[in-house]
Design a protein around this ligand. Structure first.
Ligand code: SF4
Length: 323
């Protein structure tokens, strides 16, 4: 074990690749997590890591050969593998200090059939842009929320303007972009705030380069309650919350349906009718109501999202040829 720049580097004894745990009785999208590092320098009121992780200290695992072996095996058994480092940490928040993105890119260059996602709220894409090669299986995704939510709930994170600038830069370099509206938070004025956010995204985004866009309504386990109370300006308790059978608190169904329909309508209207939307941690009924054209089935959704990423690639190649 070593420590440099406040970051611990050590070997990982467990499995690197894990099916996203999702939650019982919802439609999983078939995503996999790559547990390459833990801990996050940001401080979000709704973040489940605050309840799950023993320490916020960043720990980066070093045994890449073991991870490569696991990936090799997974590539034999999974035809449509989508995987990322952003479920348990921010994929890029500490990248200027670790340069792990280079190691990841070098690794996934060997697995062109596995779609890898960097998921972040940061603006640290320099190392990725400087890698020298653009890999077709790489997506850079941003979690976005209206300014009001960032200010109250996402402390220490870059502001919306900086994130949108980073998206613009990445897509100009030809990268495929993912967007995550997760968690969507209800507060007085939420409709105007999300509409404004969608309009701002629409001004800069190239729809053909969107690999996927998730919608997830606020949910949190009871154990996160004390953490949320520490955020005196938080508005997480303002929507009508109920306890689901997974023990998590979430908005009651009519409110979730209202917010999903609302953001979907405006994304379709302002960004593109073809944006590949999906829901995070929602049950079959909500899926069928909100996205009736998609089969609420894990294998089918995973394939749809995987192929969506590849379709973006084709669109980008065609665009480049035309230039
Ligand atoms: S729907 Fe969300 S929580 Fe469930 S598997 Fe997909 S990314 Fe993970």
């Amino acid at each position: 074990m070593t420590k440099r720049n406040g970051i611990t580097y050590t070997e990982h004894n467990g499995q690197f690749i894990k099916h996203c745990p999702c939650t019982p009785d919802v439609v999983s999208c078939g995503y996999y997590n790559l547990n390459l590092h833990t801990g996050c320098p940001y401080s979000c009121s709704y973040c489940i890591l605050q309840a799950y992780l023993e320490t916020k200290e960043p720990i980066y695992f070093t045994n890449f050969a073991d991870m490569e072996k696991e990936l090799q095996e997974a590539s034999y058994t999974h035809r449509y593998l989508r995987i990322g480092t952003g479920e348990l940490t921010d994929s890029l928040a500490l990248d200027p200090r670790t340069d792990y993105s280079h190691k990841i890119l070098a690794l996934f260059e060997q697995f062109p059939d596995i779609v890898f996602e960097f998921k972040t709220k940061s603006t640290h894409i320099e190392n990725i842009l400087n890698y020298g090669k653009k890999l077709n299986n790489i997506i850079i995704s941003w979690s976005l929320n209206p300014r009001e939510v960032i200010k109250r709930e996402e402390l220490l994170t870059p502001n919306l303007f900086s994130r949108l600038k980073a998206i613009e830069t990445a897509q100009r370099q030809g990268f495929k972009i993912g967007i995550h509206f997760d968690p969507i938070v209800v507060f007085p004025g939420w409709k105007a705030a999300y509409l404004d956010l969608i309009r701002q995204i629409a001004k800069i985004i190239i729809p053909a380069q969107i690999a996927w866009w998730s919608l997830g309504a606020l949910r949190f386990p009871y154990s996160l309650r004390d953490h949320i109370f520490k955020y005196q300006n938080s508005r997480l308790f303002e929507g009508e919350l109920i306890k689901g059978h997974d023990g998590k608190y979430r908005y009651f169904k009519p409110l979730r349906l209202e917010l999903f329909h609302y953001v979907k309508k405006h994304i379709r209207e302002y960004v593109s009718p073809d944006v590949p939307l999906y829901l995070c941690m929602e049950d079959k009924e909500v899926w069928q109501e909100v996205l009736p054209k998609l089969p609420p089935d894990e294998a089918a959704l995973n394939k749809y999202l995987y192929e969506s990423a590849l379709r973006v690639l084709r669109a980008f190649v065609v665009q480049k040829r035309r230039r």
